[in-house]
Design a protein around this ligand. Structure first.
Ligand SMILES: [Zn+2]
Length: 214
C-alpha cells in the first residue's frame, strides 16, 4: 500500500475536486506513525464514515503492517468492508481529510492515533449523518417489495422538494428506483431483493446528507 505522511496534501486518487484535502492514515511497514488511545466512540464513528466511502478502487488493499486482507467489521448488523475505498470528512472551517477505509483497522489493531482535528471531524460526521444499521436495517430487510418501493418514492419526493425536479441527483434517483422496482425486471432474480434493499439504503443516506449543513 502507498505511504503518505499524515497531513501532507492528498494526491492518490484521480482528482475529483478533492485538491486541497489532507492525507490521514496512509500507513506502511517501517514508517513511523503516532500511537495512542482514541476517545470513546471514535472507532465506531470512523467505521460509520467508512460505511459511506467516497471512492471504491478495484482490488483490495492489504494491511502493510500485518498482512491482513479482506478486513471487515460489523456495524450493528451492517457489514462494512475495508481496504477498497477512501473516507472523507470535512471540518467547519473547510479543512478536509481523505483516509483509506483501512484506517479503521489501523486504529483498532495497530494503535494508530490520528490528529485531534480529524478525530473531532469524524465524531461530528458520524453524529450528523445517517448510516442505515441496527433496527432500521432490520426493518428494511424484512419489508415487502411494495413497502420498499413506497419508501423509495417518498425519498425521491423529498429530494425533489429540496433540490428541484431538474437536479441531476433527482433524475438519477428516479431512474435508480424505476430500475430496482420495474416489472418485468432487468435485474437477475437472485439479486433483486438485495438490490432493492441497497437502493432504499443509499437513497435514505443520500437524502440525509442533503440535510447536513455544509
Ligand atoms: Zn494490520
Amino acid at each position: 500500500m502507498t505511504y503518505f505522511a499524515d497531513l501532507t496534501p492528498y494526491s492518490y486518487g484521480p482528482d475529483e475536486g478533492l485538491a486541497g484535502d489532507l492525507n490521514i492514515g496512509w500507513l506502511a511497514a517501517g514508517m513511523p506513525y503516532t500511537h495512542g488511545s482514541p476517545p470513546e466512540g471514535f472507532i465506531t464513528a470512523l467505521l460509520t464514515c467508512a460505511a459511506r466511502p467516497v471512492r471504491l478502487f478495484r482490488g483490495i488493499h492489504t494491511c502493510d503492517l500485518c498482512g491482513a486482507t479482506d478486513v471487515h467489521f460489523d456495524l450493528e448488523g451492517r457489514e462494512v468492508y475495508l481496504g477498497n475505498g477512501e473516507l472523507r470528512v470535512t471540518a467547519r472551517d473547510g479543512t478536509a481529510w481523505t483516509a483509506p477505509t483501512l484506517v479503521v483497522h489501523y486504529v483498532e489493531t495497530h494503535g494508530y492515533l490520528p490528529p485531534p482535528a480529524f478525530i473531532a471531524a469524524v465524531m461530528e460526521w458520524a453524529r450528523t449523518h445517517l448510516v442505515v444499521r441496527g433496527h432500521l436495517l432490520e426493518e428494511l430487510s424484512e419489508a415487502s417489495p411494495a413497502e420498499l418501493h413506497r419508501r423509495c418514492l417518498e425519498v425521491v419526493d423529498r429530494m425533489r422538494a429540496l433540490l428541484g425536479a431538474d437536479d441531476p441527483r433527482v433524475i438519477e434517483a428516479t431512474a435508480t428506483v424505476r430500475l430496482a422496482f420495474a416489472e418485468p425486471s432487468k435485474i437477475p432474480v437472485e439479486r433483486r431483493s438485495q438490490h432493492r434493499l441497497w437502493t432504499i439504503i443509499q437513497l435514505l443516506e443520500d437524502v440525509s446528507e442533503l440535510g447536513v449543513a455544509k
